[in-house]
Each structure stands twice: as structure tokens, then as C-alpha cells.
Design a protein around this ligand. Structure first.
Ligand code: FAD
Length: 260
């Protein structure tokens, strides 16, 4: 992004353009680097699409494409899948009416001050936070398994996320504590707290965008009520964090600017 193309955005909001771009990038770029997909990666891909269909609060046109992808994957019982076949569904060559995925990515609140910063990894975090929050609010019966979204995220990251170092770190964090997540609110908080551990680890690292320093999130200006102090020690008010995340990632608050 050059300075003239910079898109103004509100740092306290989530943008659908970033979320749709994460779908574009994950399905077309990352999954697209695998010419054939089978075994665990295929199961991981199916689980990822399933949580998107169930919990992604996307535009109707995008949801129709995701549904068509899910039914195609379900009907595909061959143990091996060719990406070229999947691509035909992504391009909607199966001709589901009014179904489409965006055909490019466009970062908004995930814009970086330089092309190597932010973008896709930022949007992938945003997508999965949103999915944990949506699962916690879902009216699906039966009530979702608290690990459903987290496992889908872990599977996706493990098999497709192109940052292999990130995948290794995330896998070890998950191995330590993810199995203890025993409720939907705890799945939201687990991902929030793991992301903060990553933020702390990466503060000052070469991958940090100097215009978007890593902080413990949400900082006090975004959520004053989330922070407490006792005898000079900072602590998080977990109930307030949960309320904040529910509001921040709620479908009604997602901004639709800069969509095609
Ligand atoms: P990001 O950390 O990407 O966050 C995106 C947005 O989410 C922020 O702008 C903010 O609005 C919001 N946010 C921030 N913190 C939280 C939180 N705790 N809860 C909810 N929302 C929050 N990079 C490496 O160099 N090494 C790694 O090991 C590594 N591991 C990664 C593991 C995963 C699973 C992912 C998805 C990414 C990883 N990355 C890693 C990339 C790194 O975490 C950032 O995504 C990248 O540096 C871009 O940072 P960013 O400033 O856009 O903010």
C-alpha cells in the first residue's frame, strides 16, 4: 500500500474487508500452494470450512459460496482432493446463484505502514477471535463444543499457515493449555490471552510494524473498564474483557466500508 492508497479506518473497529480478505488469502493463496490435499490437511480444511459456515457473519453472497464449498467437500469422498477442483468451486464455476468470494485482498484495519507488515496474519487473528465470539453466541443445537473453533484454527494453522515458525509456536501453546478450555466463554478468553502472550513475545521484534506497536490488548484507551490495579499490580477484569470482546466482535459492529 502506498501512502496515496492508505485507507482511513477506525482503530477501534473490525472491518468486513479484512475478514473477507482473510478468506481470500487463506483459501486461494495458502490452501492454493497444495496441489493435492489429503489425510489430516483435508480434515483440517473441512473443519475450517465448517466453522466458517456455522459462525462467520458474512454477506449473503459470501455465505452462499461457503455453503456451496461445504456441500461440495461433503460430497467429495475421494481421499485426495486436487486444488484445481476446489478452485472451480471457489470461482463458482458450479454456478450457485448469487455466490462469490472476493477476487482480491484489501486490508483496512490490518493495513501495514510497509507491505511486509500486518495484512494477512492480522486478519487471521481477527477472523478466529470473531469465530470464537460467534460460537459462544450461536443458537445452534446442540450447543457448540467449546473446542470446535479452536481446534479448527489449530488444524488450519498447523497444515496451511505459511508462517511455519508461527504454527510451531501456536501448536506448543495449544498443547499446554487448550484442552482445559471447558466452556464457550473460556474459548473466547483462551484465544484472547494466547494472542496477548504472542504480542508480548513479539514486541520490539523485526516483524513489528513501528506504526502499530504490540501491546497488551485491549489497551486502556479502548477498554478502560477492562483494567484494574491492586497494590500497584495490573490485573485484567475478566468479566469486562468478555463483554468487551462480545461487543467488539459483534456482527452489528463490523464496518462494511471498502468492500467491492
Ligand atoms: P496482530 O497481533 O496481528 O493483531 C491483529 C489485531 O487484533 C490487532 O490490530 C488488534 O486490533 C487485535 N488484537 C490484538 N491483540 C489481541 C488480543 N489479545 N485479543 C483480541 N484481539 C487482539 N509472528 C511472528 O513473528 N512470530 C510468531 O511466532 C507468530 N505467531 C503467530 C501465530 C498465529 C496463530 C498468528 C495468526 C500470527 C502469528 N504471528 C507471529 C504474526 C503476529 O502475531 C501478527 O499477526 C503480525 O505481526 C501482525 O501484527 P499486527 O500488528 O497486525 O497485530
Amino acid at each position: 500500500t502506498t501512502a496515496d492508497e492508505w485507507r482511513q479506518f477506525d482503530r477501534s473497529r473490525v472491518y468486513m474487508a479484512d475478514l473477507e480478505s482473510s478468506l481470500y488469502y487463506s483459501l486461494r493463496v495458502e490452501v492454493g500452494t497444495h496441489s493435492t490435499i489429503s489425510g489430516e490437511p483435508l480434515s483440517a480444511l473441512k473443519a475450517y470450512i465448517t466453522v466458517l459456515v456455522k459462525y462467520f457473519p458474512g454477506r449473503p453472497v459470501v455465505m452462499k459460496l461457503l455453503h456451496s464449498l461445504e456441500s461440495w467437500l461433503k460430497s467429495h469422498d475421494d481421499p485426495e482432493l486436487q486444488y484445481t477442483a476446489l478452485e472451480m468451486v471457489l470461482d463458482n464455476e458450479v454456478q450457485t446463484p448469487d455466490a462469490a468470494l472476493p477476487d482480491a485482498w484489501r486490508w483496512v484495519s490490518c493495513q501495514g505502514s510497509q507491505p511486509q507488515f500486518r495484512g494477512y496474519p492480522c486478519s487471521l487473528w481477527t477472523l478466529f477471535h470473531l469465530l470464537t465470539v460467534q460460537a459462544a453466541h450461536s443458537t445452534h443445537t446442540p450447543v457448540p463444543d467449546p473446542l470446535e473453533v479452536l481446534q479448527a484454527m489449530l488444524g488450519y494453522i498447523q497444515h496451511f499457515f505459511s508462517c511455519r515458525e508461527c504454527a510451531a509456536h501456536f501448536k506448543s501453546m495449544a498443547a499446554e493449555t487448550m484442552s482445559r478450555v471447558d466452556s464457550l466463554p473460556r474459548s473466547v478468553l483462551w484465544l484472547w490471552s494466547r494472542h496477548n502472550i504472542v504480542n508480548v513475545r513479539l514486541a520490539g521484534a523485526p516483524s513489528e510494524d513501528p506504526k502499530f506497536p504490540k501491546v497488551l490488548w485491549p489497551p486502556p484507551d479502548l477498554c478502560p473498564q477492562c483494567h484494574g490495579e491492586l497494590k500497584g499490580e495490573h490485573f485484567w477484569k475478566m468479566d469486562r474483557i468478555l463483554e468487551f470482546l462480545e461487543d467488539y466482535f459483534s456482527p452489528d459492529r463490523i464496518l462494511q466500508d471498502y468492500l467491492e
